[in-house]
Design a protein around this ligand. Structure first.
Ligand code: C2E
Length: 493
């Protein structure tokens, strides 16, 4: 989707740029054509001025005065290089050589008026335009300097190929005169002069488009890919990353959205705080605080629970390690650990790092395993359990009474603590049968001679009921609900 979005924006950008470019190019070229015709007309009008000035000399003999008058026009009128008089098809008087006989092919003149020449006798490589004014078979020929004309072409053909066409000849912006139609390929435009028989022709080559794009749409060239990348990134954020619930979990983990909530655990006699259970919450930016039953099963299924639990231990360690001195003596932290985590040897390192963070006032670390998900005994799990034991980590069996743990299982894994499931505590005082079941579960736990925690204690009646059993620890809303780490510090420490 992101790539598609990028391509769509890029395609739109390309369309916009090419539309913008072709519109701009068309407008600019039309303006260049009009401008070039105006300038060439202006140049040729100088020839008209010179021709007007010597009009009366047409057909008169080539005297010194006539030659002087011709030369005077060359000196006076801009762009005029030569002024010549002819009779029929013979030039007989020139500003350059005075009295001189030369042949003129008047039939070659476009519209009988203009001829494009690559040079003359004096400057054979210097283009010029001959302007002819005929007066009944006689007339005047004005040589107009091609330099100014090819400069006009040069100046106005920055983005296109612009030529001046007179008859079947044309001059390019280098001042070269051509006869064949050897023009570059591309879109053609032309504009004819209304005053003189010539036209300006223009070719928009493919490369002109590119040059035009770079010159005029640089901002768009940078902007569109950037917008494309931004849109693609936003779509990636909104759709791509959360395409599956697992990717959503992974993203949340990277953004550290899983945070610890802590619930106090109190001693069974004086109801003083002795430790806490760490319970994970997902602080979702849109949905708010998400309880663990909505994401823990998926986290376990996908294997993400291991890094999530490690991050949880790290967060608690970083927040409470510096407060070690303020914790009650022998304070315990309980973490829920899923069965698959017991195959991961990094657990030992994480536990060591956790314990080491509280050297100032050593704590007890409790790993809570749920009874509903029994651990298989393999060499790895066994060595892991042994390693944890050596470090003094305690193992608690959570939700005791709801699963199928056998005595052998409890012994095999050296369980230290049994946490009686809250469903049993919740039944206290409801009916006689329920009371019987609760008694039996507590009795069984007692016979196993393990430390007991009663979970889910909500009422005074439940506390009173449990008191004669001398249960070591109690946990439940009656004493305190799970709260964020800061609130826990404020309320309990
Ligand atoms: N009605 C009632 N409920 C009480 C009372 N006292 C405690 N509770 C709730 O009982 C649950 C005790 O945790 P749990 O049995 O380990 O059960 C936990 C545990 O199995 C799992 N869980 C929570 N955090 C983690 C975690 O970090 N890792 C793993 N693997 N599982 C976790 O999600 C389960 C539910 O957690 P929570 O929603 O936090 O629910 C907590 C706690 O808020 C009470 O007096 N009344």
């Amino acid at each position: 989707m992101s790539i598609l979005a990028f391509l769509v924006v890029a395609a739109l950008g390309t369309l916009a740029i090419s539309w913008q470019t072709s519109q701009g190019l068309r407008k600019d070229t039309a303006a260049s054509l009009a401008q070039s015709v105006r300038l060439v007309d202006m140049t040729l009008s100088n020839a008209t001025v010179a021709a007007d000035a010597v009009h009366d000399l047409v057909g008169t003999p080539c005297t010194e005065d006539t030659i002087q008058a011709l030369r005077w026009q060359v000196a006076r009128v801009p762009n005029v290089r030569t002024v010549n008089l002819y009779r029929g098809d013979t030039i007989y008087c020139t500003s350059l050589f005075g009295h001189n006989i030369d042949y003129v092919s008047t039939g070659d003149y476009a519209g009988g008026q203009l001829l494009l020449m690559s040079g003359n006798a004096v400057t054979p490589d210097h283009p010029l335009i001959a302007y002819r004014r005929d007066v009944d078979g006689n007339g005047v020929l004005i040589g107009v300097d091609g330099y100014f004309l090819h400069n006009i072409l040069n100046l106005l053909s920055t983005h296109t190929y612009l030529v001046l066409k007179i008859g079947d000849q044309w001059m390019d912006n280098q001042g070269k005169i051509h006869r064949e139609e050897g023009w570059p390929a591309g879109e053609r435009m032309m504009l004819a002069s209304k005053q003189y028989p010539y036209e300006m022709r223009l070719v928009i080559r493919k490369s002109d488009h590119w040059r035009y794009i770079f010159d005029y749409a640089t901002a768009s060239l940078v902007l569109f890919p950037l917008v494309g990348l931004f849109v693609a990134f936003m779509i990636y954020q909104l759709l791509g990353r959360f395409a599956t619930p697992v990717t959503a979990l992974r993203a949340a983990m990277e953004k550290k959205q899983f945070i610890p909530y802590l619930q106090p655990v109190v001693d069974g006699t004086h109801h003083q705080i002795t430790g806490c259970e760490v319970l994970m919450r997902w602080q979702h930016p849109q949905s708010g605080l998400i309880p663990p039953y909505q994401f823990i099963p998926l986290a376990e299924e996908s294997g993400l629970i291991v890094p999530m639990t490690r991050a949880m231990m790290e967060q608690v360690r970083e927040q409470f390690g510096p407060l070690a001195a303020e914790l009650p003596k022998g304070f315990h932290f309980g973490f829920n650990i899923c069965a698959s985590h017991f195959k991961d040897l990094t657990l030992v390192d994480d536990c060591k790092a956790f314990i080491d963070a509280f050297k100032a006032n050593p704590i007890k670390l409790v790993l809570e395993l749920t009874e509903r998900e029994l651990i298989e005994q393999t060499e790895t799990t066994q060595s892991l359990f042994n390693g944890l034991r050596r470090m003094g980590v305690l193992i608690a069996l959570d939700d005791f009474g709801t699963g199928h743990s056998s005595l052998t299982y409890l012994q095999k894994f050296h369980i230290d603590i049994l946490k009686i499931d809250q469903s049993f505590i919740g039944r206290i005082g409801t009916d006689a049968l329920a009371g019987h079941i609760v008694d039996n579960v507590i009795d069984l736990a007692k016979r196993l001679q393990m430390v007991i925690v009663a979970e889910g204690v909500e009422t005074q009646a439940q506390v009173d009921y449990l008191t004669p059993y001398q249960i070591e620890f109690l946990q439940g809303y009656f004493f305190g609900k799970p709260v964020a780490a800061n609130d826990f510090v404020e309320k309990w420490l």
